[in-house]
Design a protein around this ligand. Sequence first.
Ligand SMILES: Nc1ncnc2c1ncn2[C@@H]1O[C@H](COP(=O)(O)OP(=O)(O)OP(=O)(O)O)[C@@H](O)[C@H]1O
Length: 618
Amino acid sequence: TYIGNILIAVNPYKMIDIYGLDVVEKYEGALFGSQPPHLFAIGNASFNSLKDTNEDQVVIISGESGAGKTESTKLLMHYLAMTSTSATTSLSPSTNQNRSSHVTEKIIEASPLLESFGNAKTIRNDNSSRFGKYVELFFQGGGLVGAQTTEYLLERSRIVKQVGCERNYHIFYEMMKGLADDRKACLHLSSVDEFSYLNRGEASNLESRDDAENFRSVEMAFSMHQFAKEEKDSIFKILASILHLGNINFKKAENVHRMDGVKMESDASSRIVCLLLQLDREGLDKVLTTRVTLARNEKLVTPLTEEQALDVRDSISKALYHHLFKWLVEKINRNMKCCLEKREAINSIAILDIFGFEDLRHNSFEQLCINYANEALQHHFIAHIFRIEQDEYSREGVQWCNIEFLDNIQVVDLIGKKPSGIFCLLDEESNFPNGTDQSFLEKCHHRHNSHMSYVKPRMREPSFSINHYAGTVTYNVAEFLNKNRDTLKYEVLNLVSRSSNAFVANMFLDVLNMDGGEKRTATTTMIKAATNVSSNKSTKAVSVSAMFNESLRSLVETMTKCNPWFIRCIKPNTDKTAMQFVDEVVMDQLKATGMLETVKIRKLGFPVRQNFALFCKR
Ligand SMILES: Nc1ncnc2c1ncn2[C@@H]1O[C@H](COP(=O)(O)OP(=O)(O)OP(=O)(O)O)[C@@H](O)[C@H]1O
């Protein structure tokens, strides 16, 4: 249904025959509202608005995990890609049409690739996006000429740990099912059960996904996006070495100085990792079992405990996967760069599909970031629908009595506002050498105890709760500081960037070489300090939360400049059952997202806006 021009899309959990070519044709060029509510109507309206006004458009798709955001994004992209190919109006329509259809194919082929590397089975959704994405489709003369994806905050903890009934990223299982036996043998891969990073969730087989078939889609996408053979080989080597890293275990041992430390239980897995990544074996052994510090120009080598060694092992796996994912997105972007006709202006329709609001049994730093992003988007929605609408009525002198609405700005500020929002306190503690998760928590309690949306636990638990627009969530602060610092030991970076495999080395050399105006993580700052790489610019480390806050701010700023369209996805039930509509489940989502107030304002207000010239023209 619609509320004004906001589309409310209920996930049917079953494929319905309403997305075929006949339906595309029905919506193409149709007046908004002349056909039943549909995703394609939003696609068509945004495309028409782009052509009529030359203004950039953004379609913001929101909803809980499993509500149907990713499926809606894909359907919308298909619609835009298909209709723009036939709608080319440039001076040279045939060239433009060829360009469009080529870009269209690439866009369609990129989806399975990003899904395999960025989605995973969670309790709520068998194909849950574990990263946020902002896809911009660029148009020139009505034709699609390029696309670009920006990714946000890939969930890294999943690579090394999954809770019961969840899986690691799809690509691992697809690779195990789809790779030919001889290629698997070269990578020393056997079965899923033998890798501890893959079997912890005890859900490796998924009825709803065909891993072997999806692997074929990945391979097709690789060739469509012109991945070289060496690049593909290196990708699989990195994926396989992550799995082998996960099988490295440690046991207590004394070192040569009779100090307590650890050594590897067996060197079988580490040998394979070094072989695949072409790393120095002694070097890997050292970074996994010792820590090097500099004190008064003297190098101190301290043995690690078993727990620390496992942490280092996991941090290498996470860094490898994260850098691989970033490289993949960049590679796809390079391949979908616009080929432009200089004569004409370029405009875009962006689609935002960001991770849905989460309240799990155990909520950590990742959930705080995800829910903060949802709060920021909800605020953007509220600002657009209520404030901007009411402001516009006043400006135009339309008689109007203001509607009270629930603004969530105080929650956005509680988490992200400088200087005392939760993220700022976290940064303070992360930069403080003696800072701990507990000292961070105490600062939060001290600072925000009286905040209406902040809840201090009654017992002395290591947690705090936030009353979000979509419900109260309790966050356990264990590991908050570590996750926010995201430090990779500089020895690790040095080791990996010296790999004899140029692909692997370059991925990490980029981190080493980032400088000046570019984003720098705590990792690079540390390594620069440790390797005496001089920089005359400030070397203050940028934490994960600061980087996330900044990219979110810039995303909202970009979206504010575009004409927005909203799609609210709704989950009809919590069991993923086809065609089952549970009133309370739906009502909770409608209430939490302010839909009822939106209906009110749309009913009382003026849902259809046209500027005067366009109105006259029509
Ligand atoms: N329009 C649709 N038609 C049929 N099935 C759908 C549709 N939309 C979603 N589904 C089903 O619901 C599942 C979950 O949808 P989707 O992955 O799009 O959710 P999401 O909101 O993106 O979740 P997350 O935030 O976890 O990524 C899909 O895998 C699919 O089975």
